[in-house]
Design a protein around this ligand. Structure first.
Ligand SMILES: Cc1cc2nc3c(=O)[nH]c(=O)nc-3n(C[C@H](O)[C@H](O)[C@H](O)COP(=O)(O)OP(=O)(O)OC[C@H]3O[C@@H](n4cnc5c(N)ncnc54)[C@H](O)[C@@H]3O)c2cc1C
Length: 389
């Protein structure tokens, strides 16, 4: 390919759901001289294409609850605004709780959730849980917590929708474009050198998902975002469980499952065996263990088998307090849109709008996202996360 020198007002590095959402929201505001540089051959090759599509408002901090509520509003009108169905489907999120201490912790955030405008989170007795989710073994369970307006979304549709609409408004997306080096002068990035040439811009945005710290380092900045492998086991059998069931999560160890496209997906968050932090191979031991756990917890799975070929793994982009890192970095014209810690699809609609406001107006005004500022780690002001939610 011929290497060229090009310019844009804003360069976004990473064409996943974050980069695409920001590109769309900038262009919707009239800022159309935007170029997205993506190292993949096509859309969805990063974590966005690996997500299972859960959506929840049930979080334990004000900023995350409010991000979810703003995103939910946007996902409901996504089709009219962007032209594709976001897949928002309020099947509910059901947390199964096994001990009183966990239950008390969850209950302690109810007032915060209510104050943020989240008023449909309910405690459930064992009988009520069993009615909602008749397929699980509730032996030893204490109860449940349920929010009926949580549920599912379609990650690829959201990415495709934002990408298409941004393109329609004039944004350029360049694929197979690996960002290799920045030229930094007087505390500003001047250019980014890539496998497709050199780009000058006024403003640069890091939306590189699990690879974000590598991009920041190329500009001489430390960004604490680390990849974390997450695996998904797919069952061979179809139509084992009805598609109307809620996302069902065993809160104490995080094991969860959902039905997607008539197949059952099992997730069991454990530490990966591999030492390569960017490895995305599915581990046979993990598949075996996860299947065993699922058979105990969902007895109807006793005679099922795992579809090894179609099971997959991807990377979460973890920040130290499991909250997104959004806003200006130490460099004057370099912004971060990183670290959503596994909630990136559900929060991308809100974060794209909010970071566009910060870039264009100097401050996000639809919501106070100062709790997500990159400088919080140096200031020692991390978000206090109830790690259960
Ligand atoms: C198994 C799994 C299940 C998940 N389930 C959910 C869920 O239910 N709900 C939810 O909200 N979230 C979920 N997530 C998390 C979600 O996928 C991420 O939070 C989200 O995709 C992050 O979006 P992103 O745009 O930051 O990252 P990505 O989609 O990874 O995009 C970043 C892009 O940057 C590009 N890039 C990297 N380096 C360079 C470079 N040098 N030059 C150019 N481009 C570069 C990459 O190719 C990539 O496409 C899940 C994740 C996994 C792995």
């Amino acid at each position: 390919m011929k290497l060229t020198t090009r310019t844009a007002e804003i360069i976004i590095i990473g064409g996943g759901v974050m980069g695409a959402s920001l590109a769309y929201h900038l262009s919707k505001r009239g800022c159309t001289d935007v170029t997205v540089l993506e190292k993949g051959k096509a859309i969805g090759e990063g974590s966005t294409g690996k997500a299972t599509g859960g959506f929840r408002t049930q979080f334990s901090t004000e900023v995350n609850i409010k991000l979810s509520i703003l995103s939910r509003d946007k996902l409901k009108t996504f089709q009219e605004e962007v032209g594709i169905d976001s897949g928002y489907s309020p099947n509910g999120y059901l947390f199964i709780i096994h001990n009183q201490e966990t239950f008390n912790k969850i209950k302690s955030i109810r007032t915060l959730q209510n104050n943020c405008g989240l008023n449909d989170v309910f405690d459930l007795s064992i009988n009520e849980v069993q009615k909602l989710q008749p397929f699980i073994n509730l032996q030893g369970a204490f109860g449940g917590v349920y929010c009926p307006s949580d549920g599912f979304i379609n990650p690829i549709n959201i990415l495709q929708g934002y990408t298409n609409k941004a393109k329609e408004l004039g944004v350029k997306f360049i694929y197979k474009c690996d960002c290799e080096k920045f030229e930094v002068l007087n505390n500003r990035i001047v250019t980014v050198s890539t496998s497709s040439g050199v780009f000058f811009a006024e403003t640069f945005v890091n939306a590189a998902g699990a690879w974000a710290s590598i991009i920041a380092e190329k500009a001489g900045i430390k960004l604490n975002v680390t990849p974390l492998k997450r695996q998904v086991a797919v069952l061979q059998e179809i139509d084992l469980l009805p598609s109307k069931l809620p996302m069902t999560i065993f809160l104490e160890d995080g094991f969860h499952f959902r039905v997607r496209n008539r197949q059952l997906l099992l997730l069991n968050p454990t530490l990966p065996e591999t030492i390569d932090p960017f490895d995305t191979k599915v581990e046979p031991n993990w598949l075996k263990k996860t299947h065993e756990i699922s058979k105990k917890r969902i007895p109807i799975l006793k005679h099922t088998s795992i579809d090894i070929e179609n099971s997959w793994a991807g990377l979460y982009e973890m920040s130290p307090d499991e909250h997104a890192i959004i806003g200006k970095s130490e460099l004057e014209n370099f912004y971060f849109m990183n670290g959503s810690s596994g909630h990136g699809i559900m929060h991308a609609p809100a974060l794209g709008q909010l970071l566009a406001e910060e870039i264009l107006d100097g401050k996000a005004h639809s919501l106070d996202i100062s709790a997500l500022r990159p400088s919080r780690f140096k200031e020692g002001k991390l978000n206090l996360n109830l790690h259960l939610l």
